[in-house]
Design a protein around this ligand. Sequence first.
Ligand SMILES: [Mn+2]
Length: 316
Amino acid sequence: MKVNYTEAIKEIEKAKKIGIMTHVRGDGDAFGSLLGLKNILEELDKKVIIFSNEKPGKHLEFIMEMVTYEPASQYEPIDLLIVTDVSTLSRLTCPEVFREAKKNGTRVMDIDHHAEGDIYGSIDVLIKDENISSAAELVFWLSEALSMRLDRTTAELLLIGIETDTNFLQNSNTVNKTTFKAKAELLKSGARIESLVRKLSQSTTIDDLKFRGIVLGRAKLNHKYQTLTTYITREDHKEYGLEVGISSAIASLLDQTRDAGVVVVIEERDEKTLKVSLRSNNSNVNVAELASFFGGGGHVKAAGFEIEAKVAELIN
Ligand SMILES: [Mn+2]
């Protein structure tokens, strides 16, 4: 799908006060697209309100030194609401603010790169392309359509989103020609790639590494189905103080090996629920389809779902 920015630009031009929001447990693309967009809108003299009650996780804390982040969690009247990187209503940081905005007839825009979701029916202006690497890249192309020149900080925020969602431009599923073009432009705007990559990839502690060692030690390769499976327990969470989203990080790590067709990482979330992260960069398996079979979703080569089961049961 080719994105047309004309309608989006008209909506932004009309609005004076704009609310912005992303998804819960924000990753680099969530915060990068959200805060990059904030800077762009402020550059256009818009009053911007971030709706959230979350702070970035430890590995993204450095972003807080790049911008002012003072989110509101209660609804207040706005002329336009823009959400980024969200395809599912329940994943919004403040779903009640979204509902309130809809109730008041506020126009809602979504800037997103997911394949499917239940949010799109409630969106008035949709900027969506599942072939684009990240929401942050879509925000960059929006700034291009607005003929804007980005400052260094905004360029770096958007680059954080692109690097995160493409695993440093190594993910063959999400990277394409436009990604390189966008990155080149962001570098031209002054983004300091070396320090960003270091901050994004080397925020590891020795406990992190020990934990990774344990989880990698549990990984089992099934030669018949070419699956590589491992799991993370609640004890691991207690012992290593793991962040939510760890299963996704481990799945991406295992996906860098050439042995597995499909990577399966199972994480105990609570007594009953398991989170399962899937990757398939070394095969033609559509893990989004697999995940949606279990009520989850995602991309062709990176997806996930939640299920009520025990780890041993699920592995079998
Ligand atoms: Mn994303």
